[in-house]
Design a protein around this ligand. Structure first.
Ligand code: GDP
Ligand code: CA
Length: 346
């Protein structure tokens, strides 16, 4: 059995860990979101790829869901000593090593897909992990206001000092956005601002010119079915689908999705803020309608949203199951339910 999964970070990684238990003999290819990637301190950081790699490879900080287990923060403390930021994005010492290796390889000319494969030689995640594209795609969020402290848009790894630290740096220095509206890197909105400032729009910059990484389309074409884990529908799965060619390839397949929304709210994170930005209600049913019947064949909702099940919506078969990934067993049960739905005759 060949399965392709389009994954973001935590929700995707935890689901994948369950999928490996539910389908031990399957050949699983994971197409990872790279829209959240950012350059910090001169190092290329790929949060979603790393979350999948560390989670499946046994190196993740379990409680946090991202970053390395048994982490220390000496490098970060030293950077703070030099007043070099941004300080709102936490990188631990062990994690730094990953970004150093990645950046060295990228600088030597290797594409991100080759670099990811090399990093996975150490972590042995038990799946084939491919970034959605080797081209740079960056999720930007347009917000109102002109507080630019910590701004890293343009991803040059600007220090807070250099950017005018201390909060009010005045109108975006040199940037041409109107004073009352500006685009910031997704990580600045998500991590620094905790999505507390409403997003007027969310754009995957560079997506329209990006090409799927080598192996992406081939994996989808040869898959028995495609699974959409409970990842962010806008900035994780939506970004992957924005790379030309990927959506069409996925639409041609049987696709089963798992709702990241339970009882009208995201399980963790601020996916509701992303859905509002694109005018989609935060409900399991609305997310299914947003993906639509061309993409989705089946949709798993939580038992709390069983009213969203019942008669299938818009040609999408909807089933209700407990969807909280409290541990690996719970995630495996969810994955098994997705496989069952994938094997139902259409
Ligand atoms: P991120 O890149 O780390 O934000 O991770 P993803 O995009 O993969 O996933 C984020 C989504 O996972 C959020 O919208 C959460 O609501 C969802 N999520 C997290 N844990 C669970 C869970 O236990 N069950 C379900 N159904 N969704 C979850
Ligand atoms: Ca992410």
């Amino acid at each position: 059995m060949r399965i392709v999964v389009l994954a973001g970070g935590i929700g995707g990684a935890r689901f994948l860990r369950g999928l490996k238990v539910a389908a031990p003999d399957a050949e699983i290819t994971v197409i990872g979101n790279t829209g959240d990637d950012i350059t910090l301190f001169g190092l290329r950081v790929c949060p979603d790829l790393d979350t999948v790699m560390y989670t499946l490879g046994g190196g993740i900080n379990e409680e946090q869901g991202w970053g390395r287990a048994d982490e220390t923060f000496s490098v970060r403390a030293e950077l703070v000593g030099y007043s070099v930021g941004p300080s709102w994005f936490t990188l631990g010492d062990r994690d730094f090593a990953t970004h150093i290796v990645r950046t060295q390889m990228l600088d030597a000319g290797y594409p991100l897909s080759a670099v990811t494969a090399a990093l996975c030689e150490r972590w042995r995640p038990g799946v084939r992990l491919i970034p959605m594209s080797d081209d740079r795609v960056e999720t930007h969020v347009v917000i109102a206001g002109d507080d630019v402290a910590g701004d890293v848009s343009g991803v040059s790894g600007v220090s807070e000092k250099a950017a005018g630290s201390g909060g009010q740096a005045g109108p975006a220095g040199g940037r041409s956005a109107p004073a009352s509206r500006r685009a910031i890197h997704f990580q600045e909105w998500w991590v620094r601002l905790h999505a507390s400032v409403p997003a007027e729009s969310i754009t995957a910059v560079g997506a329209e010119d990006a090409k799927p990484a080598p192996g992406v389309l081939e994996a989808i074409e040869s898959a028995d079915f495609v699974l959409l884990p409970p990842s962010n529908p806008v900035v994780s799965v939506g970004t992957i689908l924005a790379v030309p060619g990927i959506r069409a390839a996925v639409e041609a397949k049987k696709v089963i999705g798992i709702s990241p929304i339970i009882g009208g709210a995201p399980v963790r994170g601020m996916a509701d803020a992303c859905l509002s930005a694109i005018g989609v209600e935060t409900s399991a049913r609305a997310v299914a309608a947003h993906y639509g019947p061309r993409l989705l064949d089946g949709w798993l909702v939580d038992t709390a949203d069983a009213d969203a099940a019942g008669p299938d919506v818009d040609g999408i078969a909807v089933r209700a199951r407990p969807l909280l990934m409290t541990d690996v067993t719970a995630a495996a049960d969810i994955a098994a339910a997705a496989l069952e739905l994938a094997h139902e005759p259409t």
